[in-house]
Design a protein around this ligand. Structure first.
Ligand SMILES: C[S@@+](CC[C@H](N)C(=O)[O-])C[C@H]1O[C@@H](n2cnc3c(N)ncnc32)[C@H](O)[C@@H]1O
Length: 320
């Protein structure tokens, strides 16, 4: 078949799909809806949406390839022997029974992978004799790929070309790679206290030639007072609760309060209110941050309610 013929077939298939949608989607379109669709095509507004969707596909392919590289080196729970993960004693996860908690890295495994690879492990029998079956708690220590999209395509400003992003506790680098592909941020820093995890990130960054904009610092963030006030955007994804005692977490929050600059954007998971109440420091921090709306609200409108529910624990603040 010639290329011309192939292309004609393809276009005919697309037309069939459009007709099918107009005919069947939610009971089919009425004349007014069809006319509104016609106007949208004629205005060529869809071209920018199409370009966005094509770019999104390309980024997803690049992230898939990074995930494949990481899966070759990381254990299935994505926790390295040198790590000391502790059950939190405060905060939303303080009821986590570590014996029945499954650590699944959401950057490496999406919901379908979870079903495929961990199905037998997501239930446990409490006493073997009975059918008293309980759901296993599932914890991810990385941001999922869908949350990365929401972070950079909805929450943060579109133009980050003059901004410096910091991911505190950058782990296997999910936020760094997301920032590299989804944003035009000038520089992207990760600070990670675990040396082995820093090596994992460095390898990926070097192999994929991302070292023009991504930098990883192996250190406790507490020692980075010299640079911490240079960042415009700081990401804090569940960063301390599984890794530090409550008193150490309070020291770091005080350090961040004293050092992050005014107007810096801060993204937290979960909300700082929840964290500060659980650490009993709410009053001390009550005047530090202001909750603000997402920057690219129009992109959020494309999400359906089910997908949006996935982002309910992501919060955007500005430092007052
Ligand atoms: C939940 S993971 C965050 C992963 C990553 N930011 C993401 O969203 O994909 C928390 C990471 O923070 C690191 N961490 C905890 N306390 C730290 C500190 N004081 N300084 C640097 N890294 C820290 C831990 O080693 C762990 O890898």
């Amino acid at each position: 078949m010639t290329d011309k013929l192939k292309s004609e077939f393809k276009i005919n298939r697309i037309k069939e799909k459009v007709i099918d949608l107009l005919k069947n989607y939610e009971g089919g379109c009425n004349d007014k809806e069809i006319s509104s669709f016609e106007k949208w095509i004629a205005s060529r507004e869809y071209i920018s949406d199409l370009e966005k969707a094509q770019k999104k596909n390309e980024i997803e392919k690049k992230l898939d390839s990074i995930v494949k590289q990481l899966l070759k080196t990381m254990p299935s729970d994505a926790i390295l022997p040198s790590e000391n993960i502790c059950g939190p004693t405060s905060g939303p996860n303080s009821d986590c029974d570590m014996k029945h908690t499954l650590h699944v890295d959401e950057f490496l495994y999406d919901d379908d992978d979870l079903e495929k690879h961990f199905f037998e492990k997501i239930k446990y029998c409490e006493d073997c004799e009975s059918n008293n079956i309980k759901d296993t708690e599932i914890i991810s220590h990385s941001l999922s790929r869908s949350k990365l999209q929401y972070l950079f395509n909805v929450m943060l400003p579109l133009d980050c070309s003059n901004l410096k992003i910091l991911d505190v506790g950058s782990r296997i680098g999910a936020v760094l790679y997301g920032a590299y592909f989804y944003s035009n941020a000038k520089t992207i820093y990760g600070i990670e206290m675990n040396k082995e995890l820093c090596n994992v990130q460095q390898e990926i960054i070097k192999f994929n030639k991302m070292d023009d904009r991504i930098y990883v610092i192996h250190d406790d963030v507490l020692n980075q007072g010299d640079i911490i006030d240079t960042f415009d955007i700081v990401i804090l994804n569940n960063v301390f609760e599984f890794f530090l005692e409550s008193n150490q977490q309070i020291v770091i929050w005080r350090f961040l309060k004293n050092n992050l600059k005014k107007n810096c954007l801060v993204v937290t998971i979960p909300s700082v209110e929840e964290t500060f109440v659980s650490l009993d420091i709410y009053e001390e921090f009550s005047n530090w941050l202001k909750l603000i709306p997402v920057h690219q609200h129009e992109n959020g409108l494309l999400l359906d309610d089910d997908i949006e529910a996935d982002f309910h624990d992501m919060y955007l603040y500005v430092i007052k």
